[in-house]
Design a protein around this ligand. Structure first.
Ligand SMILES: [Zn+2]
Length: 224
């Protein structure tokens, strides 16, 4: 684990650095890579007390190891209200993705088992000192986590700072082939995140971004 902010650590859930991230905020694990990730995540968490597991969204590269982590650590599972049923029944993850071969391949290769959701997160909830903001579009129940005191934003896949396949860096919107409602995701980025001015953005895919201006300008330039 690599510390990225006060009480916040980044975990690589696959052996490629920054490609598929999870985070620890205080005692909460946020996201859990693919179904091939349990070993790497558990090794990373050694010596750190984890009391709950939360998702940014129930997609194959974020919920893959959720079941095994929750079972083996004996901790509750927290998911955005609109994604909770998909986190419990991963067939819905596949059904809700765009009808495209890449989405089907991701689903087949990476989706992990479902797991009962103990807490359905909604706007304004507190998770490890972060406020839950609902940001639908990349998935129906996508949420981000925002800590205003030091302006840290765990953004999930509303935006990416690296293409996880090519590893080319730079801010981008998530792939349309893996995004059920790209227009809604863009509205979430502009309307929900555009005014936050984060000092640190932690992405599902890509390295942390500490350039507030770059983030604000990118979001501001997104077409309506
Ligand atoms: Zn992702």
């Amino acid at each position: 684990m690599r510390q990225v902010a006060d009480g916040v650590w980044q975990i690589n859930t696959i052996p490629v650095p920054n490609a598929v991230n999870a985070y620890v905020a205080d005692d909460v694990l946020i996201d859990a890579g693919t179904r091939h990730s349990p070993g790497l995540i558990k090794r990373s968490l050694q010596g750190h007390r984890i009391n709950a597991h939360a998702l940014t969204h129930a997609h194959p590269d974020h919920q893959g190891a959720s079941h095994e982590i929750c079972e083996s650590l004996g901790i509750p599972f927290w998911v955005g209200d609109g994604d909770a049923d998909a986190a419990e029944n991963p067939e819905l993850i596949g059904e809700r993705q765009p009808d495209h071969w890449l989405a089907r391949l991701y689903h087949r290769l990476f989706t992990g088992p479902g797991h009962p959701v103990d807490r359905r997160l909604v706007e304004g909830n507190d998770v490890a000192g972060f406020r839950v903001l609902e940001t639908p579009g990349h998935s129906a129940g996508h949420v981000v986590y925002w800590r205003e005191s030091d302006r840290v934003l765990v953004i999930g896949d509303v935006l990416l700072s690296m293409n996880p396949v090519t590893q080319i860096r730079g801010l981008s919107e998530p792939r349309r082939k893996l995004t059920p409602d790209p227009a809604q995701n863009r509205r979430s980025a502009k309307q929900k995140l555009g005014s936050l001015e984060p000092a640190l953005v932690l992405f599902g895919h890509g390295p942390p971004l500490r350039d507030t201006r770059k983030f604000v300008e990118f979001v501001g330039r997104l077409p309506d």
